[in-house]
Design a protein around this ligand. Sequence first.
Ligand code: ADP
Ligand code: ASP
Ligand code: MG
Length: 411
Amino acid sequence: MGLVVQKFGGTSVADAQKIHRAANRAIDAKLAGNSVVVVVSARGKTTDELEQMAYEISDNPSKREMDQLLSTGEQLSISLMAMAIQAAGHKAVSFTGGQVGLITDNAHSKARIQRIDAERITSQLDQGRIVIVAGFQGVDENANITTLGRGGSDTTAVALAAVLRADYCDIFTDVPGVFTADPRVVGEARKLDRISYDEMLELASLGAGVMHSRAVEFGKKYNVRIRVRSSATDEPGTEICQEADTMEEIVVSGVSLKKDVAQITMDHVPDTPGIAADIFALVAKANIIVDDIIQTEHESGCATLSFTVDSGELKAAEKVVEEVRASWPSCKISYDNELAKVSAVGVGMRSHTGVAHSMFRALAQAKININAITTSEIKISCLISRDQGPQALRAIHKAFNLESAPTREGL
Ligand code: ADP
Ligand code: ASP
Ligand code: MG
């Protein structure tokens, strides 16, 4: 007998009809002879609405209480899903993250899963029940409710699939799979039949919201077969899998846009050993995730140090940087909260040249100024002005001919 994990995102459980449709998918998988675990997100825009409610009460709600509040969205969905399955005459039981022993660290709003005690789930599966688990949430060692970051239900699903050694993990969403770019921004984007974990990880970290990046990390580490599919059709979707030999023939697999990027620039920082270590120790202590770091040295013996964070973390980063500045009065600090990052990703970049040139030329032709460039083995990213983000995404998608079958002609 097989074991499958099915995850339904917010739009896929937005109303009663959609919940029944999702419930039927779970029942079909069960009738096909599988043990079935279902992970659900909050319905529709519930998480956004809950967040808004919090800001109507306080400008600065504590992270603990915010997690307590946001986790209720998923709790609503799980019980409704269990009721839908029961109404169809099948056995189901729903659990919150805490109830299935999903233990995280205590980093509220971006907690990381530390372990899952699968026993409660397996004993329910053994009794023939479909088990519904709330996505996006867990509890820390002290039983405080935590959340895994926006979009984190994917991570719950893949982590459960890993722990339970599921045959596969289906991520049901509102698009038919992973595309060469966000199909809502690039009309010509093409659905991919498969994509490697590494490429999906880069795309997800660089703004492709279709998968939570931590979910892909888990998938890669534990070799979980992940399929991203439409909850409205029976199409097979996109499989996220280990890299195959032929994948390197494709130079650029996809492009993505991260919209809310902020950059902090510290000018006239003393150019002596240990300075960067001191600054980033404080940033790490404040639990701020730093993205690209760029340091340039000047003849004067000073350096300019800049780094990017998600816009939502800018306030916290500002606080840390102002603290650091106290030690170097000559240091000038500036903030730019109007940035976006556009990226091209592909394992083929390892063995092909000319990708950077094509990308820069496409941005130049679209009259888009590049603020900073960062690269890794399989990606190139450019920081640009936020208002030009969608235009930049379309320009590079076109430059790499991603709308048609993969070739190297874009180079
Ligand atoms: P869910 O609520 O099901 O988790 P999300 O909104 O989190 O759904 O993710 C699906 C959305 O991801 C799509 O509606 C699409 O606009 C967006 N998206 C961004 N990049 C991509 C991509 N490369 N391929 C497919 N969808 C993408
Ligand atoms: N409900 C959460 C969110 O909207 C988690 C998720 O949907 O994956 O971000
Ligand atoms: Mg999502």
